[in-house]
Design a protein around this ligand. Structure first.
Ligand SMILES: *Cc1c(COP(=O)(O)O)cnc(C)c1O
Length: 431
């Protein structure tokens, strides 16, 4: 399958080139040239399919023959080796738990899938790729873990010193092998600026194949559509119209949900729930897309002031405001409301939600006020333990560290401290 740039100023490329490049030379996002809906029988009989079969059948058309079928099946089996349960909290309200992966973040699936695709491509060409990524917390851990041990790929992660949680720092800095962590004295924006400078640095680009691993990469974005199909499979027997509420930051996850809908998945509506970074809720009110500097919140993986993937959603709905409004509602919530929701979920349903999931819950509840007879699924995108301080303070209970986290807390941190772009460049050129 070929992918074109949404800026339309760059040539179409293969799946492989879209994955290796990440973003098109005209800075546009790549988009598949065609989307063929799955046959009706796929959805009629979905409960008879395994998750691996669902994933293979839904993503095969986008990969095309660039990865042989047997290899693609192997990659899928390797990536999806954990569960995606839908847990019902009350009548018509359920949560889809996406945090059972190795770093307890929903980004695990996209990061692992991209890592294995890139590993497959670079193994064939004997051409080493360096993945450079800036993280404010969650992305780095998922990417580091996903790429660990992948041959032909080196990963360099920049994170702001003192600004990620202890758990997140351990997830980034204790792996070794092909993963290096650079601890930047500065903010996340400084890390991101350094990464962007590197991607434009001719001297670096002459010396290495550099790529990014953020959610604009098609190999990170597309596999997220599996979640919605897995949820549909579990909720279908309810016999109700299904709506999904997605806590959104860069809008990659919800955009994958829209993709599942385009593949034919019956789904009445999507709710894009945000924190006070309300660019999309405002767009849905006014029809104007106005990016703003991001504001820090307790659901910090969604602190995005210019959500990159929203343009793909507009494109999927032919950039028609009426079609978008028919399919998507978007609401924004404050930290205070988020904490109240965490407490409510805990007291009423004995369930511990993380701040991101709680924003999703709020979005769903708001929509269901006017659509009470829908079956609502909100996505739980991170395990509450990853936001331990805020969760424990809010529900006033201690929560236990899961085994896979407790294990890494004893490992020794290995990171190289840097403070300038020149230090980063020097590291990349000499490592
Ligand atoms: C990245 C992230 C999100 C936002 O996902 P997008 O695809 O960027 O909208 C939500 N919750 C958590 C925990 C995340 O890490």
């Amino acid at each position: 399958m070929n992918f074109y740039s949404l800026n339309k100023q760059a040539p179409s490329v293969s799946f492989k080139d879209a994955v290796v490049q990440g973003i098109a030379p005209d800075r546009g996002l790549y988009f598949p040239e065609s989307i063929t809906p799955l046959p009706a029988s796929f959805f009629e009989n979905i409960e008879d399919l395994t998750n691996h079969e669902i994933a293979f059948l839904s993503i095969r058309q986008f990969v095309g023959d660039e990865i042989p079928e047997a290899k693609l099946k192997e990659i899928i089996a390797d990536v999806l080796d954990f569960d995606f349960p839908v847990v019902e909290l009350e009548e018509n309200v359920a949560t889809l738990e996406l945090f059972h992966g190795p770093t307890l973040a929903f980004k695990d699936v996209g990061a692992r899938f991209m890592a294995r695709c890139l590993g497959e491509f670079s193994a064939k060409e004997n051409n080493e790729v360096t993945v450079l990524v800036a993280t404010s917390g969650d992305t780095g851990g998922a990417v580091a873990n996903g790429f660990l041990g992948v041959k032909g790929v080196k990963v360099v992660i920049l994170y702001p010193s003192g600004k990620v949680s202890d758990i997140q720092e351990k997830q980034l800095t204790t792996l070794g092998k092909n993963i290096s962590a650079l601890e930047v004295s500065g903010t996340f924006d400084d890390c991101q600026r350094m990464v962007k400078t590197a991607f434009l640095d001719e001297e670096l680009l002459k010396n290495m194949q550099l790529t990014s691993a953020n959610s604009i990469n098609v190999a990170r974005w597309l596999p997220q559509l599996f979640y919605f199909l897995f949820a549909y499979k579990q909720a279908k027997s309810k016999g109700k119209e299904i709506v999904f509420s997605i806590p959104s930051g860069n809008f990659g996850n919800i955009c994958a949900g829209v993709m599942a809908q385009q593949l034919g998945m019956p789904c009445k509506h999507f709710i894009a729930a945000t924190n006070v970074n309300d660019i999309v809720p405002n767009f849905m009110k006014t029809g104007k897309y106005e990016p703003k500097p991001s504001i820090a919140t307790i659901s910090n993986a969604m602190d995005v002031g210019d959500p990159s993937n929203f343009i793909r959603i507009r494109h999927l709905y032919n950039d028609d405001f009426e079609t978008i409004s028919k399919n998507i509602s978007s609401y924004s919530f404050t930290d205070e409301e988020t904490k109240e929701a965490m407490l409510e979920i805990y007291n009423d349903c004995s369930y511990v939600a993380d701040p991101h999931g709680a924003v999703g819950y709020l979005g769903l509840k708001k929509y269901q006020q006017s659509h009470p007879n829908t079956y609502g699924i909100f996505l739980e995108t991170a395990h509450p333990v990853k936001f331990l301080d805020i969760v424990e303070d809010t529900i006033r209970e201690n929560i236990d560290l899961p085994k896979k986290i407790a294990k890494i807390m004893d490992k020794k941190k290995k990171a190289i401290a840097i403070s300038t772009y020149d230090e980063l460049k020097n590291y990349l050129l000499t490592k």
